[in-house]
Design a protein around this ligand. Structure first.
Ligand SMILES: [Fe+2]
Length: 382
């Protein structure tokens, strides 16, 4: 049992990026590395954030070479750059890849070696450099978590580096920043957030606080994700709702865990470099169905709470089925492609299953999951 904790000071409001100078001043930052999502380079966002920082008397260097599934080597380079230029803090502007690479980089700036040496919880010695996280997608939750997930190409695995002092010091969650996010990325990252909340509330480490946070995130996402994915630029209400849901879902799983969906998607991501949010979007409903009847009581409760169903007399299994049908409908309406779109050969399934079992979150599944269980799930995906 983790026990609820939330060391990150999170600002959650449209326009809150303007508070950056107050934040850097409060942390005593005068020289910082801005790690930027390459997807933002076509926009004016990096320059805008640099302008805000410079106005707050912070000298900024920029690093924008972050890969979509960030490699361990990328985090190592960030750490080296921070040491070489004597930078005091890292400011991460981007999606989960950027936040995770920067988070591990901040740890490596004060600890020798490479991320592989620190796979697992609390294995480093020195406190990481301060970090400010500014997410630009509505899915990662990394701005309020202690974990950095990195690809290790040599072993074709994803590794998790985490620690009680790896939470970002501050997070600026500004819904304005997803205004120009393509519809498909709103959908896939939003479904990643929904996965975080649903896995948090059905896993073995679920607790009263993580459940309350998950319920809020799930409600917001069912109500607003489709609208946000249809029109992010002119629908401020939907934009703010999904951005808020993403961070609230991050708080939820950060204080519980994720489970089989992430075990499989991280395995597949490490082997085949597929987008994390999309993999989760595809796997979420099949995994939850596989976990029946272990998750039925919770899904039946969510059907009442989230969808305000009034038929409490309906059997638990029927209410859970209704919830899963709604989840499947939402996923399809968001034009999630089928698993076959990844073109993964079936003879790779045993390796995928084996790596999923080795994932640190495997023991949090609602039912014990061995390689043969994951193989059954994969076989059912067509
Ligand atoms: Fe995720």
């Amino acid at each position: 049992m983790i026990g609820y904790r939330m060391p990150t000071r999170a600002h959650i409001a449209p326009g809150c990026r303007s508070r950056l100078p107050e934040v850097t001043t409060s942390l005593g930052i005068e020289r910082a590395l801005l790690v930027v999502d390459p997807g933002l380079l076509a926009t004016r966002r990096p320059e805008e954030i640099e302008g805000i920082l410079t106005g707050g008397r912070v000298r900024v260097e920029r690093f924008s070479e972050v890969d979509p599934n960030p490699r361990t080597q990328t985090a190592t380079r960030i750490g080296e750059l921070m040491r070489a230029s004597d930078l005091q803090a890292v400011i991460a502007l981007g999606g989960g890849s950027v936040l995770d690479a920067a988070k591990a980089g901040a740890m490596l700036a004060t600890n020798p070696g490479t991320p592989e040496q620190y796979e697992g919880p609390n294995l480093y010695e020195h406190r990481p450099k301060p970090m400010i996280a500014i997410p630009t997608t509505c899915g990662t939750g990394s701005e309020v978590t202690w974990v950095s997930v990195l690809s290790h190409p040599e072993s074709r695995r994803k590794i998790s580096v985490k620690g009680e002092t790896m939470f970002p010091d501050q997070a600026l969650v500004d819904a304005d920043l997803i205004r120009t996010l393509p519809a498909s990325l709103v959908a896939w990252t939003g479904l990643d957030a929904l996965t975080h909340a649903l896995e948090a509330t059905t896993c073995t480490l679920a607790n009263p606080v993580s459940d309350a946070l998950a319920e809020r995130a799930i409600t917001l996402l069912f109500r607003f994700l489709e609208r946000a994915a249809t029109d992010t630029s002119d629908d401020a209400q939907a934009r703010e709702a999904v951005m808020r849901a993403s961070t609230v879902a991050g708080l939820s799983f950060s204080n519980a865990d994720v489970a089989g969906v992430h075990c499989l998607s991280e395995s597949i991501g490490g082997l085949f470099d597929v987008p994390h949010g999309l993999a989760n979007a595809i796997l979420l409903e099949p995994l939850l169905r596989y976990h029946r009847p272990f998750v039925d009581p919770r899904l039946a409760e969510l059907e009442l709470l989230v969808h305000r169903s009034t038929d409490e007399a309906q059997p638990i299994s029927e209410r859970a089925e209704r919830f899963l049908d709604r989840l499947g409908d939402l996923t399809r309406r968001l034009e999630t492609p089928p698993f076959s779109s990844f073109s993964i050969p079936a003879d790779e399934y045993p390796l995928i299953a084996e790596q999923a079992v080795r994932n640190g979150s495997n023991s949090s599944n609602p039912q014990p999951m061995a390689a043969e269980n994951y193989l059954e799930v994969l076989a059912g995906l067509g």
